[in-house]
Design a protein around this ligand. Structure first.
Ligand code: ADP
Ligand code: ASP
Ligand code: MG
Length: 412
C-alpha cells in the first residue's frame, strides 16, 4: 500500500465526461489499496476567462479580489470530482484551500505556501479510506483571505501536499504523456524523456516548458518528492513508470549532453541607446525598474567605441513592458540616454543539460544551427547547465526544430 497524490490539469477535467474519467482513474488507485489525495485544476479555459473578467472591469485591480475570483474555478471541479467519486462508491470529500488549510503568505496572485495542516485529511484517509479532493492553485493567507499561487499553480499545490503527506509519489496527470525533449506540440520529433533530473526539470520549467510550474519543481527538489508526469488520456500498458520521473542525478544511467530545449514567449526586449559609459550607470538604470518590481532577465551592454556612450539591451516580462518603458522614459533626464526602443516580438530559446558542465562546444553548436537557418541572435545568456538566446518570435518553430536536430534529439 502506498500513499499517493494525483493531480489532474485543466484539460483532464475539461468537461463532466472527463471528470467521470478522472474518477475512474482515482478509483483504480483506491481499489489497488492505496491512500489517495487528489488535486484538481479548473476546467480548461476557465481560469483565463476569470482573469479576463477582472481585466474587463479594471486595468489595474486589487490582487485580493482577483484571487477571490480566479480561485473559484478549482472550487467547481473539486466538488464535481467528489460527486463523481461518490457515484462510483468511493468515499470522497472536497476541500478548498482554506478548509485544509493551505496557509500562504499574502503576496496575492503569486502567493507562496507556508504550511499545510494535513491532520484531518490523514485521519479520514486512515480511518475510512476517504479520498480528499483538493482544489489546486489556492490557499488562504495569514490574514485569512483567499490566495492563489500563480498560473499553473495546481502543480505546486500537488507537490506541496505530497510533501506534507509524506506521499510515496506525486503523479501529475496532464494532456501529454510525459516531459519531452521539447514541446511536442511544436516539434513532432520530440522524444519522451523517461527520467529527468530535478535540476534540469527546474531549468526547463523556468525557461518556459509549462508542463510543470517552476515552483512545484523547486519544492519537489527541496523535499525530495518523487514526481511523475503522465497522461490522463492514454493508459500506458506494461510499464511501471509510463510517463516521466523527476529524479536525482545519480538515478540517471546515461546522460545526454543536452536533454531538453525550452522556449518562452513571455519576454520583451528594451534597448537604451547612447547611455553614458562610466561606473554606476547600470545601477542607475536598473534601480527604477527594481523599485517598480519589474524583473530584468537577460542583459547585454555593448563596448563603447568612443569610451563615452554605449547601448544597453535587456529583457523584461512581456506583461511588464509598458510599465517598464514608462518608468524608464520618466527617468530619461536622470539616466541620460539618447533613445529607447522596445520589441515585444521576441522569444527566448534555451538548451538545457547537466552534461554541459563537462563538455565544451554546446553554445557553438547552437549558434551554428541558428546561423545556418539565417536566424539572428539578439541577446545571449548562459549558466552552468543552459544556454539561452533571444531571437525574433517568427522563428520560434524553425529554431526549435533546427536545435532539436542539431543536438541529436529527434526521435528515430
Ligand atoms: P495542465 O493543464 O495539465 O496543467 P499544461 O498546459 O499546464 O497542462 O501543461 C502541459 C503542456 O505543456 C503540454 O500540452 C505541452 O504543450 C506543454 N509543454 C511545453 N514544453 C513541454 C515539454 N518539454 N514536455 C511536455 N510538454 C510540454
Ligand atoms: N487553473 C490555474 C491556471 O490555469 C492553475 C492550474 O491549472 O495549475 O493557471
Ligand atoms: Mg499546468
Amino acid at each position: 500500500m502506498a500513499r499517493l497524490v494525483l493531480k489532474f490539469g485543466g484539460t483532464s477535467v475539461g468537461d463532466t465526461e472527463r471528470i467521470k474519467n478522472v474518477a475512474r482513474k482515482v478509483k483504480q488507485e483506491v481499489d489497488a489499496g492505496h491512500q489517495v489525495a487528489v488535486v484538481v485544476s479548473a476546467m480548461s479555459g476557465v481560469t483565463n476567462q476569470l482573469v479576463e473578467y477582472c481585466r474587463s472591469i479594471a486595468k489595474i485591480y486589487d490582487a485580493r479580489e482577483y484571487d477571490a475570483v480566479v480561485a473559484s474555478g478549482e472550487q467547481v471541479t473539486s466538488g464535481l470530482l467528489a460527486i463523481a467519486l461518490q457515484e462510483l462508491g468511493v468515499p470522497a470529500r472536497s476541500w478548498q484551500g482554506w478548509q485544509i488549510p493551505i496557509i500562504t503568505d499574502d503576496v496575492h496572485a503569486k502567493a507562496r505556501i507556508e504550511r499545510i495542516d494535513t491532520t484531518e485529511i490523514v485521519r479520514r484517509m486512515e480511518e475510512s479510506g476517504e479520498v480528499a479532493v483538493c482544489a489546486g492553485f489556492q490557499g488562504v493567507s495569514l490574514r485569512n483571505r483567499i490566495s492563489t499561487l500563480g498560473r499553473g499553480g495546481s502543480d505546486t499545490s500537488a507537490v506541496a501536499l505530497a510533501a506534507a503527506l509524506k506521499a510515496d509519489r506525486c503523479d501529475i496527470y496532464t494532456d501529454v504523456d510525459g516531459v519531452y525533449t521539447t514541446d511536442p506540440r511544436i516539434v513532432t520529433k520530440a522524444r519522451k524523456i523517461p527520467r529527468i533530473t530535478y535540476e534540469e526539470m527546474l531549468e526547463m520549467a523556468s525557461l518556459g516548458a509549462k508542463v510543470l510550474q517552476t515552483r512545484s519543481v523547486e519544492m519537489a527538489m527541496k523535499h525530495r518528492v518523487r514526481v511523475q508526469v503522465l497522461s490522463t488520456f492514454e493508459p500506458a500498458p506494461g510499464s511501471d513508470y509510463p510517463g516521466t520521473l523527476v529524479v536525482d542525478e545519480d538515478e540517471i544511467v546515461e546522460q545526454e549532453l543536452v536533454s531538453g530545449i525550452a522556449y518562452s514567449r513571455d519576454e520583451a526586449k528594451i534597448t537604451l541607446v547612447g547611455v553614458a559609459d562610466h561606473p554606476g550607470v547600470a545601477a542607475r538604470i536598473f534601480g527604477p525598474l527594481t523599485d517598480a518590481a519589474i524583473n530584468v532577465d537577460m542583459i547585454v551592454q555593448n563596448v563603447s567605441e568612443d569610451g563615452k556612450t554605449t547601448d544597453m539591451t535587456f529583457t523584461v516580462g512581456k506583461t511588464d513592458l509598458d510599465r517598464a518603458v514608462q518608468v524608464l522614459e520618466k527617468a530619461k533626464e536622470e539616466l541620460n540616454f539618447r533613445k529607447l526602443s522596445s520589441d515585444a516580438n521576441v522569444v527566448k530559446v534555451s538548451v538545457i543539460g547537466v552534461g554541459m558542465r563537462s563538455h565544451a562546444g554546446v553554445a557553438q553548436r547552437m549558434f551554428k544551427a541558428l546561423a545556418d537557418r539565417g536566424i539572428n541572435i539578439q541577446v545571449i545568456s548562459t549558466s552552468e547547465i543552459k544556454v539561452s538566446v533571444l531571437i525574433a518570435e517568427d522563428y520560434t518553430e524553425l529554431a526549435l526544430r533546427a536545435l532539436h536536430t542539431a543536438y541529436g534529439l529527434d526521435k528515430a
